[in-house]
Ligand binder design. Structure first.
Ligand code: UD1
Ligand code: CA
Length: 453
């Protein structure tokens, strides 16, 4: 049977307390590349071919359960009421283990850098009869990790740091923590684990000795140290972010985008860039952004939940918020914010503009300082601007309001009523000019100042 034909349950351990994060947010809900640590792990588990997921959380972690429900609907969440070790945590998901899966993968919710390919490799020996497969790595500094104890070519035990002899501590080949166990033997192996060790915990790592005792083959798959890097504190969170950004930048470049200064561009896990997209320095992508072929994102722009069409120009210093949809060849220039709005093909919002809850027709041109007043302090209202409309600089469009196709709004207008297609609207008071009166005004101002002094 090939690995893909075998059914697979992945159990995610996420009952850690995360004390060293010094946070009110549970550790696995902290984000890297715009997605929770747990979200990354769930996505990787699915990409590795898991048919079912189960998540083990600590008591009172409704927030973690809600994240599971959002990202992996239907995946059961089990509560480990007391933190009594990694094997004890896996057994909290006993009900899921009883589901008769061929393969059981055990991963950590705080270890998001492991690749799906690595998890597939971890599963592979199970298809060839292995009972347990351990993810090993050569640790630069193995302190704190379990050491892989071999007898000739065979792994016979994993020894935790606290239980290890000096000789064992000198071993650099360490346990990455993630494991694959044959579904047929998983429950028996886990139930066979005791807690006679320095910490008095039920160690998942002891399934190795149990497997050896039962005559089951134990295999080791190697991974780069970077993939097993976990998050215990904020410095490690930043290190994981840096590694993810490195991967995302490399993927963007490989996919045919130009990043002028890749190290200054920050991506979300799901950013999509078309061919020949150019991203200038210091651009930040939040989640949910797609940029079509040939678009240019100029320096210092911030995009989130936005669709950028082909050949569009964004920025410098532009902000695209969720629901911004820019059709091909439109332009969103400096100090422009777009939220929940459709901008038509070739439309121009070149300077200092806010467009929210709006439609802007094709080729419409909004002058500098145009503002859609979409909010009256209680409710949001929509603004519709027609094709080829022209809105003069510093105009205030008080929603709900419609400006028809080809209409023309004079600069400085406050528009509160519909402007029909083809109409000219000037919504401002008339200018008053008094010949020669500047000198009189200045004299009056000086007199007033002198009297005050
Ligand atoms: C574990 C391994 C160690 C390995 C290291 C890799 C064991 C006994 N040791 O050690 O060999 O080198 O990972 O990082 O497995 N968890 C629970 N409930 C518990 C205990 C742990 O959910 O009762 C979760 C934690 O939240 C964490 C994961 O399991 O995500 C690992 O636990 P942790 O305490 O970090 O294990 P280590 O001592 O680092
Ligand atoms: Ca750990």
């Amino acid at each position: 049977m090939t690995a893909s034909a075998r059914s697979c349950l992945t159990i995610v351990l996420a009952a850690g307390e995360g004390t060293r994060m010094r946070s009110d947010v549970p550790k696995v809900l902290h984000k890297v590349a715009g997605r929770s640590l747990l979200g990354h792990v769930l996505a990787t588990a699915l990409a590795a071919g898991s048919d079912a997921l189960a998540v083990v959380v600590g008591p009172g972690r409704e927030d973690v359960a809600a994240e599971v429900a959002a990202l992996a609907p239907g995946a059961p969440v089990f509560v480990q009421t007391e933190r009594r070790g990694t094997a004890h945590a896996v057994l909290a998901a006993r009900e899921a283990l009883a589901g008769g899966f061929d393969d059981v993968l055990i991963v950590y919710g705080d270890t998001p850098l492991v690749r799906a390919e690595t998890l597939k490799r971890l599963r592979a020996p199970l298809a060839h009869g292995a009972g347990v497969v351990v993810l090993g790595f050569e640790a630069g500094d193995p302190t704190g990790y379990g050491r892989l104890i071999s007898n000739g070519p065979n792994l016979v035990a994993i020894r935790e740091e606290k239980d290890a002899s000096d000789e064992e501590r000198a071993i650099k080949l360490s346990n990455g923590g993630l494991m694959a166990i044959s579904g047929a033997h998983a429950l028996a192996l886990l139930e066979g684990v005791g807690n006679a060790n320095a910490r008095g915990e039920f160690y998942l790592t002891d399934v190795v000795e149990g497997a050896v005792r039962s005559g089951l083959a134990v295999a080791v798959e190697a991974a780069p140290e970077a993939e097993v890097q976990g998050v215990n504190d904020r410095a490690q969170l930043a290190a994981v972010e840096a590694e993810l950004q490195r991967r995302l930048r490399a993927a963007a470049l490989a996919g045919g985008a130009t990043l002028i200064a890749p190290e200054t561009v920050f991506f979300a896990h799901d950013t999509r860039l078309g061919r020949d997209v150019v991203v200038e320095p210091n651009v930040v992508f939040g989640p949910g952004v797609a940029v079509a072929d040939g678009a240019v994102i100029h320096a210092f722009s911030h995009l989130e939940g936005a669709e950028v069409g082909a050949g569009v120009s964004v920025g410098p210093f532009a902000r695209l918020r969720p629901g911004a949809r820019l059709a091909a060849k439109s332009r969103v220039g400096n100090f422009v914010e777009v939220k929940n709005a459709e901008v038509g093909e070739g439309a121009k919002l070149n300077h200092l503009t806010y467009v929210g809850d709006a439609e802007v027709g094709p080729r419409a041109n909004l002058g500098a300082g145009t503002i859609t007043c979409n909010y009256d302090g209680v409710s949001k209202f929509r603004t519709a601007i027609g094709a080829d409309a022209f809105v003069g600089s510093n105009s205030t469009l008080v929603a709900p309001v419609t400006i028809g196709d080809g209409a023309y709004v004079g600069a400085g207008s406050v528009i509160v009523e519909e402007v029909p297609a083809g109409a000219l609207a000037i919504g401002r008071g008339r200018q008053v000019t008094k010949e020669g009166r500047a000198a009189t005004l200045r004299a009056a101002q000086k007199a007033k100042k002198k009297a005050g002094a």
